[in-house]
Design a protein around this ligand. Structure first.
Ligand code: FCA
Length: 342
């Protein structure tokens, strides 16, 4: 082994810092000329807010696979809070990464994350959850890829309405457990879309009960849902929706604990990840009726590819790419899984 590799490794962090400073100077002096990067040394981070969730594991894996194919390296990192994200960015800089894809733990961290990235001259794209600027608006200058929340929410509402119809439920006597997360715009869009479709189908507005969750996972949804069932013991039939299937599963588990049978519950989620596959694989059906599946493989691969093109060709990705979904139930989940490459 020659000395070149370790030397290059050691020097790279410093080079990046200098480059970051040069970029800063160039920005203040005039238009920035983009420098193409040779493919071999392209390295990018892929930072996710929930590293234990199947959705995010799949995204990171898809990005890694693309990197193996195209010849770039993906460093998978966890960023469960602001502190961890900033350390992850420092860590990436010391490894010589040119940028990162991120699903942030809190969208309001956008400006702080961008500041740190700029110090190092790193390029940033967001996936799933889009940064919000100080003005409360989406940060349009950071390229984003995520699901089309409202439309996918509508699919959830329609799927619930159809299943209510199949079961012959009287809409006047059905309650909805709406697990909300209004801090996160994509979550609000999704539950708003589902609500609109349900109301359109004839669902009673007064029968919708909110369970605000602190986070986007199963346990926070379970905690939010339990008291709602206890307070509304007068309803025999329940529908459950939320921003994702992990949260709907929290609601379904709470309904079971309260004593409701699967036939009394219609839960429809969003994602189509391992959490849903595990539920559909159970021997007997549960109240988790279905989920609108979106390709996490595509999200991971495409966002990494967008960043890669930006690093190597200087081609800035589109400001916002919206993806669509397909209803997956116990009956068709394996086919949809294959179709979406999950
Ligand atoms: C958010 C949710 C995830 C997934 C993703 C596309 O980040 O928390 O479960 O739905 O959007």
């Amino acid at each position: 082994m020659s000395l070149t590799t370790p030397m290059t490794r050691t020097l790279r962090p410093m080079t990046r810092t200098l480059l970051g400073m040069a970029v800063g100077l160039a920005l203040s002096a005039g238009p920035l000329t983009v420098q193409a990067q040779s493919n071999e040394d392209v390295k990018m981070g892929f930072i996710v807010k929930k590293p234990e969730q199947a959705w995010f594991i799949n995204e990171q894996e898809a990005a890694t696979k693309l990197g193996e194919k195209k010849g770039f390296e993906v460093v998978r990192l966890s960023g469960e809070d602001g502190q961890e994200v900033l350390s992850a960015i420092d860590n990436l800089n010391s490894q010589g990464a040119q940028g990162f894809v991120i699903c942030p733990p809190d969208v309001r961290l956008g400006p702080a994350i961008m500041n740190r990235a700029k110090q190092y001259g790193m390029k940033v794209v967001t996936v799933d959850d889009r940064f919000i600027g100080g003005d409360g608006e989406p940060m349009e200058n950071v390229p984003h890829l995520g699901m089309s929340g409202y439309k996918i929410g509508e699919q959830v509402g329609n799927a619930i309405a159809e299943e209510m119809d199949n079961r012959g439920w009287d809409p006047d006597e059905v309650a909805a457990l709406r697990i909300t997360n209004y801090e996160l715009p994509t979550a609000k869009e999704r539950t708003d879309g589902a609500t609109a479709a349900l109301l359109e189908s004839g669902f009673k507005k007064d029968n919708i009960f909110d369970a605000p969750q602190q986070n986007t996972d199963t346990s926070s949804a379970f905690s939010a849902a339990s008291p709602v069932f206890s307070k509304r013991g007068d309803f025999e039939h329940w529908v459950i929706y939320a921003l994702n299937e992990e949260s709907v599963l929290g609601g379904v588990r709470a309904s079971e604990q309260y004593g409701l049978d699967p036939e009394q519950v219609i839960g429809v989620g969003i994602n189509g990840s391992g959490a849903a596959f595990a539920e559909f694989s159970r021997e007997t059906p549960t109240g988790f009726h279905g989920t609108v599946a979106v390709s996490s493989t595509m999200h991971g691969r495409q966002s990494a590819d967008n960043l890669y093109q930006w690093i190597t060709e200087g081609e800035k990705p589109p400001a916002n790419t919206e993806t669509t979904g397909k209803l997956m139930t116990r009956d068709n989940w394996q086919d949809v899984r294959e179709e979406l490459g999950l």
